[in-house]
Write a protein that binds this ligand. Structure first.
Ligand code: MGP
Length: 201
């Protein structure tokens, strides 16, 4: 290509790709958005049969694009869940990374603060703001008639010091006055609706 000639479409593509590559801000790790629409469960369907991984990303730019266009928990239907999990970890108790874990829960409202608390948490996760980041699996937004909530899943429930550090940090990030409670997945497995709160911040 000489300076006098106009750039071809193919050349333009190469230039744009190079520019995008240069500008993209790589995250510390790869993340995935998931969605589970349980608003119309099929009779007899096992839990998780409607759980889907939607997108993975590893740059700041991809994150904002996905967040702006798709992922606002206030928009999801009753009984649906949104998730942001580390790539390679499935948002279920059965995943080996989650099997011995548990979750911190904060109550919120789709009509009120849910989108804001969700976004603050997402930025803290992808920005690696938690000291115990390796102990975190991901976050779930649950739209529920009795109470919307966000749950931060962690890996090693019995490590109280790690969970307390994560819980305190999350509360600071969320900037809420309500208590955050921690439950073990093992307790949730045993009986539906059992709160079994083990830690509180
Ligand atoms: P939920 O969706 O996490 O909470 O679990 P919800 O709807 O607020 O209800 P509560 O139990 O906290 O009051 C609802 C139910 O879905 C559980 O009781 C399980 O039966 C099932 N379930 C939820 N999760 C996250 C899993 C999972 O990871 N694996 C399996 N096998 N079942 C799950």
């Amino acid at each position: 290509m000489s300076a006098a000639e106009p750039i071809t479409a193919a050349e333009e593509e190469v230039v744009v790709a190079a520019a995008e590559k240069e500008e993209a801000h790589k995250l510390e790790r790869k993340w995935a958005f998931w969605f589970d629409n349980q608003s119309k469960p099929k009779q007899g369907a096992a839990w998780g049969s409607s759980l889907r991984k939607l997108y993975t990303f590893d740059t700041v730019e991809q994150f904002w694009c996905l967040h702006d266009q798709v992922f606002k928990p206030s928009k999801i239907t009753m009984n649906a869940d949104f998730h942001l999990f580390k790539e390679g970890v499935e948002p279920k108790w059965e995943d080996p990374e989650c099997a011995n874990g548990g979750k911190w829960t904060v109550t919120c409202s789709r009509k009120g603060n849910m989108d804001n608390l969700w976004l603050e948490t997402l930025m803290a996760l992808i920005g690696e703001q938690f000291d115990e980041a390796d102990d975190i699996c991901g976050i779930v937004a649950n739209a529920r008639s009795r109470q919307d909530k966000l749950c931060l899943w962690t890996r090693n429930a019995s490590n109280e010091a790690a969970q307390m550090s994560i819980g305190r940090k999350w509360k600071e990030i969320l900037n809420v006055d309500t208590p955050l409670t921690y439950s073990f997945h093992d307790d949730s497995k045993r009986e539906r609706g059992t709160k079994g709160n083990r830690y509180t911040v």
